[in-house]
Design a protein around this ligand. Sequence first.
Ligand SMILES: [Zn+2]
Length: 472
Amino acid sequence: MTLRLHDTASGRKEEFCPLEPGVVRLYTCGPTVWNTPHIGNYRTFLFFDLLRRHLAVRGYRLRHVMNITDVDDRIIEQAHTAGVGIDAYTRPYREAFFEDLDALRAQRAEHYPLATEHVPEMVRLIARLLDRGYAYEAEDGVYFRIASFPAYGRLSRLDRSGLRPGARVATDRYEKESATDFALWKRAQPIDEQVGAAWDAPFGRGRPGWHIECSAMAMAYLGETLDIHAGGVDLLFPHHENEVAQSEAATGERFVRFWLHSEHVSDSTGEKMSKSVGNIVTLRDLTAAGYDPLAVRLFLMGNAHYRSRLRLTEEALHAAAEQVRRLQDLADRLRGLEPGLRSDDAALYADALDARDAYLEALDDDLNLPAGLGHVFEVVRRANAALDAGRVGPAGREALLHLLETVDAHLDVLRRRDVELDDELRGLIAEREQARRARDFARADRIRDQLRDRGIVLEDTRQGVRWRRVER
Ligand SMILES: [Zn+2]
């Protein structure tokens, strides 16, 4: 089996093979820690997780770097308004980011470099670009001259007639329509000094522009050529275009072998989720509404292919929660099965093996998890029917558990969180059951709300009441 990934630069699925056998050098653009990320951002981060996990399934060792952008225009403005330094301002957002990653069970990258801790690398890279004539000094900083780099615009298929040679953009908020020379270094303003966002450099005290951060940190950890660079499609232009220009102008080497981009999340009306539209939903919003982070995980990863838009609706979240429950239930039923007592359904056994092959094949085809899950849930349905009929024996049990294990290498939803409830919570659940049996639904609902406030969500199922813990 060969792994094929869709490379944005070529516009095609290509067979993936790393430069150094067995090791993948992966760089992914991380968060700018100026506010709380929304679900659209986490879709991107979980796409990275899916990519990581599948590369590991295919036997590769990973060297994965995800940067944390902890200095930019917005951070400086917000820190200034709050009257604190940028480090103090960004710290809670950095911590919350990792808490969210843990709640969503995203595997940790090997490195999470902070931009502010890699300024010397950025300064050296800018000096190199100045030396080689790709950058120039202006009054307010150092700029990259896009006219000096003939391949500029190739990655994002930019119409080069739209280039505005000599036009400059100093801000970190870029216009998507026009390509201009962009700031590599911005001379320090009084506000930068006040919040601790200024560093010395041969070309004057100041701070790095956003784009140069990624090139410098990627090359510092992974060398001049990366196997894979991934990010949200939002970053394709100008951020990734600028990364290519700076990096290749400085080294003369190819910067990235595979470019992978994941699509947006939209709200239930189909509008792209964004801060400026005002329709953002955070992970905390969803867990406060009672959704299990694992359901959110499965929804973001598996509801649509990563290159398709994903629409956030209550129905889709409920469906994802149901999928998590079905996988967990089947695993429980299979593990609890007495081996050797039943006859095996030979067709089910064969289907479980086939489904596993089809699942892995779908993942090898540009990480098509939704297609893979389609094969799996068909077998899950049949497995439950066979279990009900007592037709799962030792061979079928093994094959089905093996299938679940294969799926869980990507989904990671079968590990249960802490399963202990204290006596008081147990008492409340029992009390609610009594109220329900006495048809005192108002009281039952009150207890349900009380439990919700304590981070316990109840589900009434055919097998009885189930509970799970959610973030509050
Ligand atoms: Zn980046």
